[in-house]
Design a protein around this ligand. Sequence first.
Ligand code: ATP
Ligand code: MG
Length: 498
Amino acid sequence: MENSITPQRVIVAPKASVLVESLRDIGYSLQTAIADIIDNSITAGAQNIELLTDTDSEIPAIGILDDGQGMSREKLLEAMRPGSISPSNKRPDYDLGRFGLGLKTASFSQCRRLTVLTSHNGITSCAVWDLDVVAEVDDWVVEFPEDYRDIPWAERLGDTGTLVIWQKLDRLIDAKNNDNRKNLVRQIDETATHLELVFHRFLSGETGLKKIRMALNGRDLESYDPFYSKHPATVFGPEDVFRMEGREIRIQPVTLPHHQKVSNAEWKKYAGQEGYIRNQGFYVYRGKRLIIHGTWFNLARQTELTKLARVRIDMPNDMDAEWKIDVKKSSAQPPAPVRERLRRIINVIGAGSTRTYTTRGRKLTSDNRLPVWSRTQDKNRISYGLNPEHPAFRKFAGSLTEEQKAEFSRLLVLAGAAIPIDALFADISSNPEHVSPIAMNTDEFADTVKATYFQLLSAGCERDAIVLMMSSAEPFHSNWKQAETIINALEEGLHPDE
Ligand SMILES: Nc1ncnc2c1ncn2[C@@H]1O[C@H](COP(=O)(O)OP(=O)(O)OP(=O)(O)O)[C@@H](O)[C@H]1O
Ligand SMILES: [Mg+2]
């Protein structure tokens, strides 16, 4: 609008060579950048998405190939424009984009040369942003090459689909340093793991979503469900549906299985790379794509006791302003009314996740008819101690003089008071699966079974009561089959005719 330029209104256009360099630093990692490119493939209806890498050749490259709807030449030109669509435009609910920036900003964050080769209705078009050209010309120049021969993986593009290629990977590879290339291979593997989490609902093809295949250099990625939904010991809390200006937010608390309910491999897998403590919290999905996880949004602390709690939050793609979604789709803040709701849910969850632990604790002592250790709770104080009422202790005490009895009782109190609680807590927090009572060998175990059986028998207990007591107490409970065989053999020896 020429007449809008007056002495009071001057156009101050950005300097292309400078702004384009600044656009590189809005905080993407390789993982978030690739996920942003894949968002576009999913929005374009792709069913197969390939992440392709060439880290060895002279001109290393990373490619993202899809079989989505592709783009016409006009659409491609618009796609290359930084700010192609206004963030305030209404988008269909499956559209994972918002800002009209991701393709450019994600690519520039990792490379200086972005090529987009795309086919739509059998017509192939190609466009290139080369930041060295932008710097040289100092203008927003996009090239449209006609010869596609030098474009890596160009032959793999189908009749419809898009291939995004990054070259001049200055942020990822130092041309002179080979260690650097190895480092890139590791980063790409980590990216694959990230994609398995972020897009897990697409990869598994959950109800209502078209299943998408993703692969890294031909290796299929596997859906990684952070809730381990299919395990029978995963506990789903009630789903809470929150409505805000006609839009729905669905919130569902989940408690992961306790480590004794899963194998060691499963326990490690569902800890995730950062471990259970740091991976507890809200998992926010925008259009079924995970944008943020492992945070309580400052509403609670990540503690050992709540480490199995994860809360799934599903929000639509048209609440980005309210949730303060950023261009990278990797940060979000719940709007005030949702925050209030989350605060309430946290109280319930805190209890939920704690319960998985304390029920085990309670169970061990209350169902246990033969507690060697007793757990006592007095208001907020919980203490553990050796139980002098245990028949083995009682029987032994019975064989002592009054003086020795008093000494023995003092020893029991001393041993109980000296439990190394801090060390135990630290070990259980970091490696619960590695903490276990001292292992007994088969002979020691058999001796302990026999000794306990006879002690209880001579303490006047009935046979059935003995079996009940022993089967619910450690170390017999965890090895009950073995213990039962020993007891049966003992009883046969005692009553050979029965
Ligand atoms: N793989 C693709 N297949 C088809 N069209 C694509 C593809 N990648 C990008 N586009 C087109 O390019 C446009 C610009 O993409 P870009 O990622 O820059 O912005 P966006 O996805 O609209 O929003 P955001 O900045 O939130 O990602 C898209 O809106 C889409 O029309
Ligand atoms: Mg996008």
